[in-house]
Design a protein around this ligand. Structure first.
Ligand code: PGA
Length: 257
């Protein structure tokens, strides 16, 4: 089994409030302490970053759900990567499908966001994945490769040293439809092949490639058993203590194998 530290992200999206978030974060911290070995990172809405950071007490990290492609200035409503770092973030999601497809963010913009994230010292969690139409027309793997190349071509191997790639098929996000472990593993091999081609084989072997799309307590173990799948990016199930605890436990078991 590859010795990459498993990564589990809890993407809260636009859910919870200050008190309910802090309560959930405290139970996630307890779970991360009980089931060690994986890196756990919670992505709450911006206003709650500091309160969740302190509720996690160092047992898990916090990350931003997005950052600006700009450093600072007159960009109303945007949040700079350096500001995320300043309030305790360790990571940031870049190119989540709800931003790519919901808000029209394209690879050139995401490439600049990646630059800002790295400059600020954040772990960039770059999300890629095909739509249902792309999968059904046999273009899933091309889509993954095109997105990776579009986001990464401008960046050096050194600057991407802490990159995490989240493969999230759009049709599996929030739908209850999960990619089979075989399909996910297949897509992850495409991610790694592309990284090897862009950079080097050793780089590609060192990058965590995680799966997202309806990961839950029942399927996490099956997914994380696969050599290719280094953890998960979890939406809905990260809002429920029992579900997310089981997912952290599955990642911890992978780390121990
Ligand atoms: P889901 O979301 O687990 O609710 O499908 C995953 C994600 O959007 O990262």
């Amino acid at each position: 089994m590859a010795k990459r530290v498993p990564f589990v992200g809890g993407n809260w999206k636009m859910n919870l409030a200050r008190a309910s978030g802090a309560e959930l974060a405290a139970s996630i911290a307890a779970a991360a302490r009980r089931h060690a070995g994986a890196e756990v990172c919670v992505f709450p809405p911006f206003p709650y970053l500091e309160v969740i950071h302190s509720a996690l007490g160092g047992a898990a990290a916090v990350g931003g759900q997005d950052c600006s492609d700009q450093k600072s200035g007159a960009f109303t409503g945007q949040v700079a990567a350096s500001m995320l770092k300043d309030v305790g973030c360790g990571a940031v999601l870049i190119g989540h499908s709800e931003r790519r497809h919901g808000l029209g963010e394209h690879d050139a913009l995401l490439s600049e966001k990646l630059r800002r994230a790295v400059e600020a010292g954040l772990v960039p969690v770059l999300c890629v994945g095909e739509t249902l139409g792309e999968r059904e027309s046999g273009r899933a793997h091309d889509t993954i490769e095109t997105q990776l190349r579009g986001c990464l071509t401008a960046h050096s191997e050194d600057s991407m040293a802490r990159l995490v790639v989240a493969y999230e098929p759009v049709w599996a996000i929030g739908t209850g439809r999960t990619a089979t472990p075989d399909d996910a593993a297949d897509a992850h091999r495409t991610v790694r092949r592309t990284l090897a081609d862009l950079y080097s084989a050793s780089f590609s072997e060192s990058v965590r490639v995680i799966y997202g799309g309806s990961v839950n307590a029942k399927n996490a173990d099956d997914l994380f058993q696969r050599e290719e799948i280094d953890g998960g990016l979890v939406g809905g199930a990260s809002l429920k203590t029992d579900e997310f605890t089981a997912i952290i436990a599955a990642a911890s078991a992978r780390a121990a194998r």
